[in-house]
Design a protein around this ligand. Structure first.
Ligand code: CA
Length: 407
């Protein structure tokens, strides 16, 4: 089936159908003429923003959209992530050991970077390990072509058009050639997978050779990552958080990243370290995080957890960075015990839950199959009103209770 952009923008029937059959909207097949015309216009905008003809020739001549990039952008995971399924492949013994080796090998520059930007070596190793397995997999797409594909495609065109113009600016500034600008299918570049906007706002030339080279120069890459974290509110000397155990009578509706309180308050409510000891850093502000619900692992998260969220707005990602940094520093594994089986909900089930919540008067926003802050708040309110521990963690039992009520 071939659908042009114009057909979609003017065809009322198709637009209406696209709401029902999301994939139909995405079925538009590319035509070379369509892309070439788009590129002429993009090129004019870039030139007006001060990108030279030389850079534009080098970066855009002969450019073609990459169908594989569009396919990857369409590919939504069928199931929601769960705590152990997320952590186990990412925090492996090999990755921990590799992080320790890399830390030792780069100790001198990492100490300098910590002195300049306040981010410790083990935290940088954790980001490095999770983003590119310590620089061993930085992606193999030409970033200009990948971003042009996503900017031309309609799904997230405004966002990627800005990133494409930023990428051209980076080439114009001479930090990397267009051909050397390699990264992920979504335009994340170098050792720490910076988007072009992240590069422009944070990248540093740490070895003073005139180039901010986050692709080939680890000194530049480490300092740039630390600078990004510093700019995102990293507090030197503060851990990201730590594991805790919850008392059975905890007021579960007070859990969640949004409810930051003095840690002393959690201590007063009976939260303890896994060995039964008192909470530390009681004067700091922190929240109780229950990434697998009230029966799963529990954490007190402090300011640097929220700083990590500004790098990647995923609670599981932030915990994985924090935990890997702890492990590289020699601390032990999670104390919580992995259940025999983790209940794993599909996106369809989450979407159904969101529809029930909306129907029952708990506003979860437009059902999209993703558990974001609004869905969590609505779910928590439903749980509190219906006698469930209000941990904002979706389960089939809760969705079934909603189904019964929603009729
Ligand atoms: Ca440099």
């Amino acid at each position: 089936m071939e659908l042009s952009r114009r057909t979609l923008l003017t065809g009322g029937t198709l637009l209406a159908l696209s709401g029902v059959f999301g994939s139909l909207r995405h079925a538009r097949a590319a035509t070379d003429a369509d892309f070439d015309a788009w590129l002429v216009e993009l090129r004019a905008e870039a030139a007006a923003k001060g990108i030279s003809q030389k850079t534009l020739d080098a970066a855009l001549t002969g450019l073609q959209p990459i169908q594989k990039v569009i396919d990857l952008d369409r590919n939504q995971p069928e199931f929601t992530q769960t705590f152990w399924r997320y952590m186990e492949p990412r925090i492996t013994d090999t990755r921990i050991a590799d992080g320790q080796v890399r830390l030792a090998a780069n100790q001198k520059v990492l100490d300098q970077v910590e002195g300049d930007h306040g981010v410790p070596a083990e935290s940088l190793m954790a980001f490095w390990g999770l983003e590119t397995n310590y620089g061993t997999y930085m992606g193999d797409y030409e970033v200009i072509a990948a971003l042009a594909t996503l900017a031309w495609d309609e799904r997230r065109s405004a966002f990627f058009r800005t990133e494409l113009l930023n990428a051209l600016t980076i080439v114009e500034q001479g930090h990397i050639t267009a051909a050397g600008m390699i990264g992920s299918w979504a335009g994340a570049m170098g050792h720490f997978q910076f988007l072009p906007s992240t590069f422009l706002n944070n990248a540093l030339d740490y070895d003073n050779d005139g180039k901010k080279d986050i692709w080939n120069n680890t000194s530049d890459a480490f300092a740039s990552a630390a600078h990004f974290l510093e700019n995102s509110g990293w507090v030197p000397g503060l851990p990201w958080g730590y594991e805790v155990v919850m008392p059975a009578d905890f007021p579960w509706e007070q859990s969640g990243a949004d409810n930051r309180q003095p840690v002393a308050r959690w201590q007063a409510l009976g939260v303890r370290r896994p060995d039964g000891g008192d909470l530390t850093l009681q004067e700091k502000s922190g929240a109780i995080l229950l990434p697998a619900g009230w029966q799963g692992p529990a954490f007190v998260v402090l300011q640097n957890f929220y700083t990590i969220l500004r790098w990647n707005n995923s609670h599981l990602y932030a915990i994985s960075v924090g935990h890997l940094s702890d492990r590289i520093a020699g601390k032990g594994p999670f104390k919580a015990v992995k259940p025999v089986e983790e209940e794993r909900l599909s996106r369809e089930e989450i979407k159904t839950m969101q529809e029930y919540l909306n129907k029952l008067g708990f506003d979860s926003g437009t059902p999209d199959g993703k558990v974001g802050p609004k869905t969590r708040a609505a779910l928590r309110a439903f749980q509190a009103k219906n006698g469930f521990p209000a941990d904002a963690y979706p389960t089939r039992a809760i969705i079934e209770a909603m189904r019964v009520q929603a009729g």
